[in-house]
Design a protein around this ligand. Structure first.
Ligand code: SAM
Length: 554
């Protein structure tokens, strides 16, 4: 065996698994499984399969997931830079599939960094509704933001908060909540030997304390009839069935939805916690365990916790087959998010009347206070301005920031959108200092929270001139920019662009729309998928690809 497992861990697994222990241990003789998930925000699965020069083997429990050969470097392909896929361990793709997210919903990913499951949720929302994605670790929100932006997500708010503070701001708000809990990581031992070293410090006992708090607080953020999916990548019963048993005792208004076993998932083991737990909660067998000796994946635990409200979910619903089950409330939310905001249409929609109480979750913008950082990053303590239609509401500001933003900083943005884009924008235009966001939430919802991204980061107003951001480009389709230039993935030019080089591009290669002139910002695409901005003038393309995102290999 190449992996040296901690003795205490192996002993415990032998005791629990009995006859299965040998097969479990034999799995450590094999290389880990690797996968990628097609980002359907940017490309449909069939189209992706058609352009990739590789045979892709499907992952049974995720229709957008595929196995790739272990050791392959999928991060070194222009399509990765175009956000066409996310590299993800196969068993880690299962929790979001069981969350059964539908477009228009409000979804919280509470422990989200580096964003594998958030980008999967975003693809399921298809730009409609809201994803609030959070991690308590500030450093880890950097890759989270980068991955969300690389994948072209338009409707995510990124927070760096404790669950308690989010709960204060969003009581009973979300339709779906994912808790991919911090855990002792035993399921990652084969993939990442560092997890073995960390096992002693991330002890099961410490993790249990964190998980208990996170679950308790999450319940207070869930709406009637909503769903929580709790997952870990560990085998310890205390962190899995034990945690769910405690939750069910404290929350009799929740039930466990049984996870279908056909994908090779094994049932939960309440008897591993205690005989008393097994007797009191036989439904815990409906939780799922993904074992490395039974499936082609590393190991996970999943519990689907359904609130016994008026939205009824079925077993078919668990795998997304029952997407027709939709509450009236959800339909109204979708209308509200998509509606063009103005004081007159705030309480009405084309399709029917909306009540004020139903709208309260996405209600009108109010001033927020958050500290402005660099590069679009926000923080606690700076000011936000909410703009709805032509309405402007200023928050309290310091003298310095007021002087700097004495003009309407969204004016240059509006002009840019009008002249350079052909995109239909939804939600709220919100300015934090000079940084402008298109947010799925009114800014008062984020009041007092540590906000990493208030929504889709559109760019910066620099003294009345709008500088479009990289995340704006990453989430655009070529037809949504009046000027675009396509590079071929099979040509060295694409890599040179991704490395930040200046390119010579004859005017004939620019696709122009809406009577646009060739000079100016052009959306750069690779095989038709947006990767970033360039500025074209007289045959020269000035590279606007941000340094932190560049292709650094030879
Ligand atoms: C298993 S990882 C999440 C992986 C992520 N869901 C993904 O798919 O990419 C758990 C995360 O929880 C975060 N975390 C730990 N304690 C937390 C807490 N109390 N609230 C929110 N996040 C927490 C950690 O910083 C870590 O990034």
């Amino acid at each position: 065996m190449s992996v040296q497992l901690p003795t205490a861990f192996a002993k415990r697994m032998e005791q629990l698994l009995g006859d299965e222990f040998e097969a479990f241990m034999a799995a450590y003789d094999h290389t880990p499984h690797a996968g990628l998930r097609v980002n359907t925000l940017k490309i449909p699965v069939e189209a992706f399969k058609a352009i990739l020069p590789l045979e892709l083997r499907p992952i049974p429990w995720c229709s957008t997931g595929f196995y790739i050969p272990y050791g392959m470097k999928p991060g070194l392909h222009p399509y990765y830079f175009a956000g066409l896929y996310y590299i993800q361990e196969p068993s880690a793709m299962s929790p979001v599939e069981l969350l059964n997210v539908a477009p228009g919903e409000a979804v919280l990913d509470l422990c989200a960094a580096p964003g594998g499951k958030s980008t999967q949720i975003a693809a399921k929302l298809q730009g409609s509704g809201v994803l609030v994605t959070n991690d308590i670790n500030a450093e880890r929100t950097k890759p989270l933001a980068k991955n969300v932006e690389l994948c072209g997500v338009r409707n995510a708010v990124i927070l760096n908060e404790s669950p308690e503070r989010i709960a204060d701001a969003f009581p009973h708000f979300f339709d779906k909540i994912l808790i991919d809990a911090p855990c002792s990581g035993e399921g990652m031992f084969r993939k990442d030997e560092n997890m073995i070293k960390q096992w002693e410090t991330h002890s099961v006992e410490k993790c249990v304390v964190m998980q208990r708090d996170i679950l308790r607080v999450a319940a207070s953020m869930l709406g009637e009839g909503g769903r929580i999916v709790y997952s870990t990548c560990t085998f310890a019963p205390e962190e899995n069935e034990g945690m769910i048993a405690e939750f069910l005792v404290a929350h009799p208004d929740f039930e466990v939805m049984p996870v279908p076993e056909e994908a090779g998932f094994a049932p939960g083991h309440p008897e591993w916690v205690s005989e008393a737990v097994a007797a009191a909660h036989p439904e815990l067998r409906g939780t799922a365990r993904l074992w490395p000796h039974l499936i082609e994946g590393e190991g996970h635990f999943i519990a689907v916790l359904q609130h016994k409200g008026n939205r009824v979910a079925t077993a078919a619903d668990l795998w997304g087959a029952g997407a027709s089950i939709q509450s009236a409330d959800k339909a109204e939310k979708a209308l509200n998010i998509g509606a063009k905001r103005s004081p007159t249409n705030r309480y009405s929609s084309a399709g029917g009347s909306l009540t004020r109480s139903k709208l309260s979750r996405y209600d009108a913008a109010e001033p927020t206070r958050s500290k402005k950082g660099t590069d679009g990053k926000l923080g606690k303590g700076a000011s936000a301005r909410g703009f709805e239609g032509s309405k402007f509401r200023a928050g309290k500001e310091t003298a310095k920031s007021a002087a700097r933003t004495s003009h309407d900083v969204t004016e240059s943005y509006r002009q840019f959108v009008q002249e350079q884009l052909q995109v239909s924008l939804t939600g709220y235009t919100v300015a934090y200092g000079d940084h402008i966001y298109q947010s799925p939430l009114a800014s008062h919802r984020l009041k007092g929270l540590k906000v990493v991204r208030a929504g889709w980061y559109m760019g910066t107003d620099k003294n009345g001139r709008f500088v479009p951001s990289h995340p704006l480009a990453a989430a655009l389709r070529p037809s949504e920019a009046v000027r675009s230039i396509n590079l071929s993935s099979s040509d060295a030019e694409a890599i040179r662009y991704l490395k930040g080089e200046t390119l010579s591009i004859p005017v004939q290669r620019i696709t122009l729309q809406n009577g646009a002139q060739p000079k100016g910002y052009a959306l750069i695409c690779i095989d038709g998928y947006a990767v970033g901005w360039g500025k074209w003038q007289d045959g020269i393309l000035k590279n606007e690809y941000p340094s932190g995102w560049r292709w650094t290999s030879a």
